[in-house]
Design a protein around this ligand. Structure first.
Ligand SMILES: Nc1nc2c(ncn2[C@@H]2O[C@H](COP(=O)(O)OP(=O)(O)OP(=O)(O)O)[C@@H](O)[C@H]2O)c(=O)[nH]1
Ligand SMILES: [Mg+2]
Length: 365
């Protein structure tokens, strides 16, 4: 305790904002150390978390609806379990709506959104609604709550499409970039990746592995370099080399770390010196397993860097897939991509129809 008392206040505060996120009983420590704290975040992370999977999977063979259905298995099972008697039995409509609201909250749809959905159901459900009626009405209302799919930005002007990827530690930024690069290259695009995470040991190499695997060029500086300078060089190089897409990785940071959030502001300003209309997309990568916490992260990042889309990762590993509904509805930032696994092909454009069908257990035909 004595040593603690001797530490400067900012160090203690910095250490206190390290966030441990419980993922299905295992603890994934998501910590970006403040400069003065002698904790090596790398030591706290599983070695497997730091490298891309060894073998890329073959191109997806199943359709989009099937992929959502498979990826949302845990959410669907939990949702079905907690729905209990809402769709069956002959209890009063109001009791069933209450059970439904609880099931939605348990699936991490959020208290506010769950309440709104049930209110709409209440106004639409006929007094003698059968379980099947309620189920299909819920499907309709969920689908309306999510709104239409919003695709990733495209860019027709001079220079490449520039995507900046931000988020807290371990949310899946670098993996999502690797998956995106794989996808663009498969579509015949020339892709350049900028290794803007100069902070975490091994981060540059991790991106380089994805570069080799996908066939994307990587622009990198030394560990510890100014991330804004790396991003500037990446965007410049993308322009000079005729790239179609430049994707910029950044170090994970907690939304409460002001200096690090300011650093992102600088990355943005410097990037514009290389290409004034960049970035065309600012993607925040959110880990679906942290549920409602994702909302507060997105809010702060949104204020600092003007987030334009959400990539929601690890939907395959959570029973709280309902967070998709809350993110889109409560933040006003569209979910554009979802991560349904760790492999290169496990990234999908968010498809609201396939999502609702998968959550409610409507097996794709
Ligand atoms: N199951 C699953 N795992 C994922 C998904 N996306 C990423 N991961 C895993 O999450 C872990 C962290 O991914 P990274 O891409 O390194 O995360 P990051 O945000 O770049 O991490 P930092 O650079 O440390 O901030 C890795 O083990 C990934 O394989 C997903 O959609 N599903
Ligand atoms: Mg990373």
């Amino acid at each position: 305790m004595e040593e603690l008392a001797n530490l400067p206040v900012e160090v203690l505060v910095g250490a206190a904002v390290g966030v441990a996120v419980v993922v299905g009983g295992a603890v994934a420590l998501l910590l970006r150390k403040p400069a003065a704290v002698d904790v090596d975040a790398e030591d706290l992370l599983d070695a497997d978390d730091r490298t891309a999977p060894a073998t890329p999977r073959p191109a997806p063979s199943s359709g989009l609806a099937q992929r959502f259905f498979a990826g949302l298995a845990r959410s669907r099972e939990a949702f079905a379990r907690s729905l209990g008697g809402a769709f069956s039995g002959d209890s009063a409509l109001e009791d069933r709506l209450e059970a439904l609201e609880e099931a939605l909250i348990a699936a991490d749809v959020g208290v506010k959104t769950a309440g709104e959905i049930c209110q709409t159901l209440r106004s639409r459900a006929p007094a003698g609604a059968s379980g099947a009626d309620l189920r299909s009405l819920l499907g309709q209302v969920l689908r309306e709550s999510i709104g239409d799919a919003v695709p990733l930005a495209t860019h027709d002007g001079d220079g490449p499409l520039v995507i900046l990827v931000v988020g807290v530690n371990g949310s899946g930024k670098t993996t999502t970039i690797g998956k995106l690069a794989t996808r663009y290259i498969r579509d015949g695009k020339k892709v350049l990746l900028a290794a803007g995470d100069t902070f975490r040991a091994g981060a540059i190499e991790q991106l380089q592995v994805w570069g080799e695997r996908s066939g994307a060029e990587v622009v990198a500086h030394q560990e510890g370099a100014d991330p804004a300078a790396v991003v500037f060089d990446g965007v410049k190089a993308g322009n000079a080399r005729g790239a179609d897409v430049v994707i910029c990785d950044t170090a994970g940071r907690l939304q409460a770390q002001k200096t690090l959030m300011d650093e992102l502001g600088k990355v943005l300003r410097v990037m514009k010196k290389a290409q004034p209309d960049a970035p065309h997309e600012v993607l925040i990568v959110l880990d679906a397993t942290i549920g409602q916490n994702a909302l507060s992260q997105a809010k702060v990042f949104g204020d600092v860097v003007g987030v334009t889309g959400v990539a929601l990762t690890k939907l395959d590993g959570t029973a709280r897939g309902g967070v998709v509904v809350a993110v889109g509805r409560e933040l006003g930032i569209p979910v554009k991509l979802v991560g349904l696994g760790e492999g290169a092909d496990d990234l999908r454009d968010f498809d609201p129809d396939a999502f609702v069908a998968a959550l409610l257990g409507n097996e794709p035909g």
